[in-house]
Design a protein around this ligand. Structure first.
Ligand SMILES: [Zn+2]
Length: 414
């Protein structure tokens, strides 16, 4: 187990049987069954059904949905996958917002927002596209129809279609994309590879003591002038009179000016302690997973299960050094999408991801890990069926939640 794993949360998957997936409807039933069996193990080794939700049947009513204000739909999306879970480099949340009021009666889920998906959205009267990958990622300085990505934004606004992206918030989520990907491997326990942290302020706390009241007033006055600084203090009697204990919270940008201020008061400065404030880890949430199977399987069976779970006829396989198709797989490192950075250096019998560079595959193979590559979005798209169920359950009959029929990985094996 790598040192990164020591700080990770762990939960259990209990999947007893694996059924080949023929249709999306079959996949939906399969995912519901799977997620009703995920259990998260807590420190006291008790189990809870945190993600065990009973999902009502999807509404296929012929009546037109009444619709829901966009801001309310966005609130539901943010509740399902809090944006604070997303990586700092990501661009998540509501990306395109038509002029309010904007009512959403049909929401369409897609892995990628392509021109074909945008045309589909128009033909189906979609008011909100939830695109797992953010179609807007880099800053743009113009909106012209000569660029296909800019044209999508122009069309979205012209047609009154909002666009939302959850991306890495869904990857990190307990019960999110990566846990879904683990679900096809078999019964076992799951560790998070790169632990997510709670949202909240970070920075520093300064603690010091002041004996003279006039000096205390001078220091507190100076601290008030530094942006972002807050403080609290209490006084206690000592043999020499009163002593004030001061605790100052400040962002990183305020640390240097705050310390400079205190350094002008040598007696106070000698009592100064600087503490770094960090966010606590968020159990079960984070990037990547390490599955430890209860019953070891062969590489060949692992490949078969992965194909079945993802509904794929082909995957790419690199056998680890000294490995054959009959070699034992007990641990599988998993990362949806592009897994190189998250999986790098992780000790496992098998890596499962969408894509890795040639040289990263060579590194993994040299470590003795076999690698299964399924193409980027094939490791993500199937989760949209799970998301469809969760959204339908939360939004109710007011909003029709449907899957894009035009969304597909651009690569196929021919
Ligand atoms: Zn991706």
């Amino acid at each position: 187990m790598s040192c990164r794993l020591l700080q990770s949360g762990r939960h259990s998957l209990s999947l007893k049987t694996l059924t080949p997936l023929k249709t999306r409807a079959a996949e939906a039933r399969y995912c519901t069954a799977l997620y009703s069996q995920i259990r998260h193990r807590h420190r006291n080794n008790s189990f809870c059904h945190r993600h065990a939700t009973s999902v009502p049947a999807l509404s296929l009513s012929s009546l037109s949905p009444a619709g829901m204000e966009l801001s309310k739909v966005v609130s539901v999306l943010e509740e399902l996958a809090p944006l604070s879970l997303a990586e700092s480099w990501d661009n998540v949340g509501l990306l395109v917002e038509p002029s309010p009021p904007h009512t959403v009666s049909t929401l369409m889920l897609t892995n990628d927002l392509t021109p074909a998906v945008m045309d589909e959205a128009k033909s189906k009267g979609v008011g909100l596209i939830v695109s797992y990958h953010p179609p807007l990622f880099r800053p743009i300085k113009r909106l012209r129809c000569s660029s296909w990505k800019e044209r999508l934004v122009v069309q979205a606004l012209e047609r009154g279609v909002a666009v939302y992206s959850p991306h890495t918030a869904l990857d990190c989520l307990a019960g999110g994309v990566n846990d879904w990907l683990c679900g096809g491997l078999g019964a076992g326990s799951v560790d998070v590879l790169s632990q997510a942290q709670c949202s909240g302020p970070t920075g520093h706390r300064l603690e010091f003591r002041v004996e003279r009241k006039d000096e205390l007033n001078t220091i507190l006055s100076g601290l008030t002038d530094i942006p972002g600084v807050s403080y609290q203090h209490s006084t206690a009697r000592s043999a020499d009179g009163e002593v004030a204990s001061v605790s100052v919270s400040c962002p990183s940008s305020a640390l240097t000016p705050a310390v400079q201020l205190l350094s002008k008061h040598s007696t106070v400065y000698s009592t100064l302690t600087v503490l770094q404030v960090t966010k606590p880890p968020l159990p079960d949430h984070g990037q990547g997973r390490l599955c430890t199977l209860d019953q070891p399987i062969t590489v060949a069976l692992a490949v078969q299960r992965i194909k079945s779970h993802l509904g794929l006829a082909h995957v790419r396989l690199a056998l680890g050094a000294q490995c054959t198709l009959e070699s034992t797989v007990r641990t599988v490192a998993v990362c949806a999408g592009s897994g190189s950075s998250v999986l790098q250096g992780v000790k496992a019998d098998l890596y499962l991801t969408g894509e890795m560079s040639h040289h990263d595959v060579l590194d993994a193979v040299a470590m003795g890990a076999s690698v299964v590559l399924c193409e980027h979005s094939n490791t993500e798209r199937g989760f949209l069926t799970v998301l469809q169920e969760r959204l339908s359950a939360r939004l109710g009959p007011a909003v029709s939640v449907r899957l894009s029929e035009r969304d597909a990985d651009p690569l196929t094996v021919v």
